[in-house]
Design a binder for this molecule. Sequence first.
Ligand code: 3HC
Ligand code: NAI
Length: 696
Amino acid sequence: MTDYVTVTHEDGIAIITLDNPPVNALSLHLRQPLFAAIEAARDDAGVKGLVIACAGRTFVSGADISEFGTDRARATPSLPELCALLESLEKPAVAAIHGTALGGGLELALACHYRVADRQAKVGLPEVKLGILPGAGGTVRLPRVAGPEKAVKMIVSGSPIGAADALASGIVDEIAEGDLTGAAVAFARKKVAEGGPHLPVRARNEKIEATHADPAAFEAAVKQATAKTRGLEAPLACAEAVRNAVELSFDEALNKERELFTRLVSGVQSRAQRHLFFAEREAAKIPGVGKDVTPREIRKVGIIGAGTMGGGIAMAFANGGYPVTMLEASEEALDRGFATIEKNYAISVQRGSLSEEDKAKRLARFSRTTDYADLADADLIIEAVFEEMSVKQDVFGKLDKVAKPGAILATNTSYLDVNRIASFTARPQDVVGLHFFSPANVMKLLEIVRGEKTAPDVLATVLTVGKRIGKVPVVVGVCHGFVGNRMLGARGDDLEPLLLEGAAPEQIDRVFTDFGFVMGPFAMWDLAGLDVGWRNRKSLGKTAVIGDALCERGRFGQKTGKGMYLYENGSRTPTPDPEVAKLIEDKAAERGIERRAISDQEIIERTLYPMINEAALILEEKIASRPSDIDIVWVNGYGFPIGKGGPMFWADLEGLKTIVERLDHWHARTGKKVFEPAASLRRLADTGGSFSARPA
Ligand code: 3HC
Ligand code: NAI
């Protein structure tokens, strides 16, 4: 017995309780005493059965991810050894599951003969999200209790299921009402009384045999589960492992699972995805805001502006259960905004992702107004009106008059100075940027923009609320474009020269999708509307050779059926347009630019390298607290491939020395500022450093 494992006895049942806060991960210091406790129970003639239960907020939520790649992960007893020991017992073993039994936690439970869960429990094998597959028998045992179809769906998606579903599909044997451990002990006693032999999961073959008899449904499930793997290896390995469980003997399939696990866990994609797991949790720690800071209570939310962003933000809050009051400049604008919201919900119902009942519940959370007085009881008010300082000034001036003391006043501005916006009120400590991404009800990223005077409890509040509505919040500082859009600007700075010098739009977009981005920059321009940038440039007195020429011809992107590409008959698929190719050639000729073949590598160097350079400046200026925050921004807001871990993780892999050398090269050739290596980047490169090992 240690602090991590305690054993008590009740009427011949040994209750082994694990206590490794916060989530009972199966670290070596837990595995060792657990193994000993199971052996002791096995060898004690007085013990007739075992219950494995957990203290704290949850059952075991997995292997200890921080041990991966270290000797501790391989040290004896390994998790597969623990599972084999449990499975070899002749006495019945029962897992008592509360909270989340995830990954190695569910595998441990599946190595028991039986599982009892409380009603709120969730079970799942989320390893795929870490770029691996279950490595302690999950792919071989889950199909034996849940059936291969359900197993492949759960393992490839990584999504957990609730207790009721787990009971219906055979993963758990009983749902306990009230005292879980007591129910598990009673279950174990019942099994002891019924007498053995107690069949381990490995010996349960009925569901595997059913698939042998009729493999079509399994094949269909595999096809559906692996339809979108976006260049990731783990989902395919997960499907392969479940197929092995169907086609091979238990032990053969288990060995194959181990081989696949060992290969994936040492690969770049898994390293990248594990980095992102910890990066996301790190991002929730705000420098200067300790755990002692109590968030303010948010019960009602106000949204100003029911356009693209206001509508989406309002939906995100309504979906999260918050009552939302929407304010617009006119009844017509409110009608328009609401019509879009209703249409979006109706589409979700049509697709089957939302029930009519839930749609009605969500819509009932909305109220609408044109009168600021109706925002007087809101605890959080988010402005999403036009991107003009004078309009923001008007809105914040009015808010300052009506909002209750302590209400948080937020702006969704993309580029404007949040400190200036805060200065339009007499309470700058309550003002913060909440930069959502379009479509705001879908996109995960939330940049929380910390103004000079933003109060710590305001930051703690919006972080908590952001998580509650399913966002991934990252705190950033005030500058033009914050972290994401500022780097996007650097990425796009040399795109037009690349076109003029000889790269085709479809080549550049292909380089980006080959890299793993969801879409390339020009497909993105067409989606967002080329006119947005055009109007913005005009207001700033700026020009863009190709972008302006396209807009002058009425080519605004998808909405006009043509932009950088052609979209015929309402299609959303971009088709290269000879007219655009000709336009680019003409513009190059006008400027005396000699066109040449441009390599894919050159495209990477002239787009992604400047983005890394900009990130180095962002870190120097402390706009982002850590490199990993930047990775979270780009993966969740801009479709950066998760298998590459975000731009900073990728830059380390690419080699900072190489990046600086090539930036120097392009800087010497073009003289452009975006290529001039940041001092900190050069320093890291010169000293063999990396972003991940960068001094704080
Ligand atoms: N290993 C190591 N640390 C873990 C961990 C794990 N499996 N799971 C969570 N943690 C840590 C987090 O890093 C965090 O640490 P911090 O406080 O220092 O930042 C802390 O535990 C709390 O985690 P969360 O902030 O995520 O807490 P929540 O309550 O929001 O969520 C959870 C709890 C749902 C369990 C969530 O932490 C989670 O999804 N964990 C990962 C589950 C998982 O992926 N399991 C599979 C692991 S791989 C495996 O088992 C391989 C096997 O097949 C061989
Ligand atoms: P939009 O033009 O779709 O919507 C703006 C809405 O604000 C309109 O419905 C308008 O009637 C309303 N409005 C204007 N002045 C008002 C006032 N004084 N009082 C009340 N309502 C008023 O614009 P969009 O795209 O939703 O942008 C809103 C804000 O969000 C801008 O600051 C923009 O920079 C920012 N943003 C936009 C993103 C995008 O992808 N569109 C992404 C992230 C931020």
